[in-house]
Design a protein around this ligand. Structure first.
Ligand SMILES: [Zn+2]
Length: 213
């Protein structure tokens, strides 16, 4: 089976992908990783990309598609792929489909982890780490746990990189870019919207239930 997973930064997409990869023995595809691998392994396309970058050029859609095609049609990976962060636009979505169809494959499941911005904000901004025992908690979501924490409350610190503006910008950018792709897929019978504000385990169970059918 081939799976696509969508979700804004902070929705737990990475955790869920990893879980699917482990449980169903899939390969997670990230175009950035493939690109680096092609260059490292000095493949035909890798050499082309390396030359392009060193000349100050950029990697266009055609190159990404060619690279992706090598990967998805590789007998080692075919029909065992989870796409994360791809496709990013409708053109890529259409390309991916024709690429898979021409190799007798298809997309079997699409998951969209839907989470409101306010929830992501709370998740990230409320994050506190105990400097004594390294435990991570959330001041909005684990009030009781924080109140009863064995080290006391003096060691609880917020992380510096949990900046509000960055979170909001990343979320809005993601939603704006991804909405057309989601609209493109949303009427498919294998498109599943999952409430990403639920606990990690609850989301995992829901995804599992769908994948096992
Ligand atoms: Zn502690």
């Amino acid at each position: 089976m081939n799976v696509i997973i969508f979700g804004p930064p902070g929705a737990g997409k990475g955790t869920q992908s990893q879980n699917i990869v482990n449980k169903y023995n899939l390969f997670q595809i990230s175009t950035g990783d493939i690109l680096r691998n092609e260059i490292k392994n000095k493949t035909e396309i890798g050499i082309k990309i390396d030359k392009l970058i060193s000349e100050g050029g950029f990697v266009n859609d055609e190159i990404v598609d060619e690279m992706l095609k090598n990967f998805v049609t590789n007998h080692k990976y075919r029909n065992r792929i989870i796409f994360d962060g791809y496709p990013r636009n409708i053109k890529q979505a259409k390309n991916l489909e024709s690429m898979l169809n021409s190799d007798n494959q298809s997309i079997n499941f699409i998951f969209n982890l839907k989470v409101k911005r306010e929830i992501i904000e709370k998740r990230i901004l409320g994050r506190v780490v105990c400097e004594k025992c390294n435990k991570t908690m959330n001041e909005y979501l684990n009030k009781d746990e924080i109140e009863n924490h064995e080290c006391g409350k003096n060691f609880l610190k917020k992380r510096k990189d949990d900046n509000h503006e960055t979170i909001v910008t990343r979320y809005d950018e993601y939603m704006k870019k991804t909405k057309p792709v989601l609209d493109y897929y949303s009427s498919r019978s294998y498109f599943h919207e999952i409430d990403g504000s639920e606990k990690i385990q609850v989301i995992t169970t829901k995804i599992d239930h769908i994948l096992r059918v």
